[in-house]
Design a protein around this ligand. Structure first.
Ligand SMILES: C[S@@+](CC[C@H](N)C(=O)[O-])C[C@H]1O[C@@H](n2cnc3c(N)ncnc32)[C@H](O)[C@@H]1O
Length: 294
């Protein structure tokens, strides 16, 4: 990743902001997302507040990127929200947002209020987030010192050491690694998961997303990958890594982790969007998984 703030993190914040201003049924409200956006995207969200405009903009986005990065992002966010709330309700005391971007869970989720939160990200993106976080904390009524900012380049640094230095304790934790693995390489994904398995207390959970490798190497029968891949490449953050879903349970087991959930964004859309009468494209090759530390 270049030494500039992540542009794909802005794309995801835009999708969350659009979801949040919908007038019809929505998956979540993220009141912080809009504040992360540049002027062009902010204008889009302002327009989306007019009746019918959000749906119009969403349809335009979905037509241009038919594999469904927008709906994939919002369903993954909702599914991960539910998984994080569940882990916190079951006793996790620490929340680690890995590659946090403009994730606002520290301020947005009820269960996160009493957890110690570690915002871990590449320093270039984190610098922008830190400027926003004071206002977010004030709005959420959250004490600043319960959110710790930990800069790290996952391609270069050992996450285990960094987290221990930042004060990660022995309590159970839930880690969110959302929208990140596909921008890394195999050694850094391996090193990160190995460090998490070695550092986190047993019973801790790691919720992460990944791309089906067959969408990246062209061996899968998936539509619409190229338009999505072209956009992230143009943003300077090309897709570089994926797993084969079949190999994931064994891969994690070798690292002391048990796979407890693995679902495509399309399946998550069937669970969250279809019951609301929302028939929006979400990718079968974009996946949300959860692993537990043995
Ligand atoms: C698509 S954004 C996702 C952000 C956030 N997790 C979300 O879902 O809104 C990708 C994130 O990965 C982070 N990232 C990419 N490469 C990284 C690296 N080498 N080390 C640490 N973070 C990295 C970026 O800074 C960015 O925050």
């Amino acid at each position: 990743m270049q030494n500039t703030p992540s542009r794909t993190a802005q794309h995801v914040a835009l999708f969350r902001a659009l979801e949040s201003v919908r007038r019809g049924p929505r998956l979540f409200v993220d009141p912080y997302a809009v504040s992360c956006l540049g002027p062009g995207f902010r204008l889009g969200v302002a327009i989306a507040r007019f009746p019918g405009a959000a749906r119009f903009l969403e349809r335009r986005i979905d037509r241009h990127w038919p594999a469904g990065p927008r709906a994939s992002a919002v369903v993954r966010t909702r599914l991960i929200d539910d998984l994080v709330e569940e882990a916190l309700a079951r006793g996790a005391r620490q929340l680690v947002l890995l590659g946090a971007g403009y994730d606002s869970r520290a301020f947005r989720l009820d269960g996160a209020r009493t957890a110690v939160v570690f915002e871990v990200d590449h320093p270039a993106t984190q610098a922008v987030k830190r400027e926003l976080a004071g206002a977010w904390a004030a709005r959420a009524g959250r004490a600043d010192d319960t959110v710790r900012f930990v800069p790290v380049d996952l391609m270069r640094q050992d996450l285990g050491e960094v987290l221990c230095e930042a004060g990660l304790g022995g309590d159970r934790a839930v880690v969110v690694w959302e929208g990140v693995t596909n921008y890394l390489d195999a050694p850094s994904v391996h090193t990160t998961l190995t460090a998490l398995a070695a550092t986190l207390a047993p019973g801790s959970r790691i919720v992460f997303t990944y791309m089906d490798r067959r969408a990246l190497d062209g061996s899968g029968d998936f539509d619409g990958v190229a338009a999505w891949a072209d956009t992230v490449r143009a943003a300077g953050e090309p897709f570089t890594f994926g797993f084969l879903p079949d190999e994931l349970p064994g891969y994690l087991a070798e690292r002391g982790l048990t796979l407890t959930l693995d679902r495509s964004a399309r399946e998550a859309a069937a669970r969250y969007l279809e019951p609301l009468g929302r028939h929006e494209p979400a990718a079968p090759f974009y996946r949300i998984a959860q692993a537990e530390v043995k």
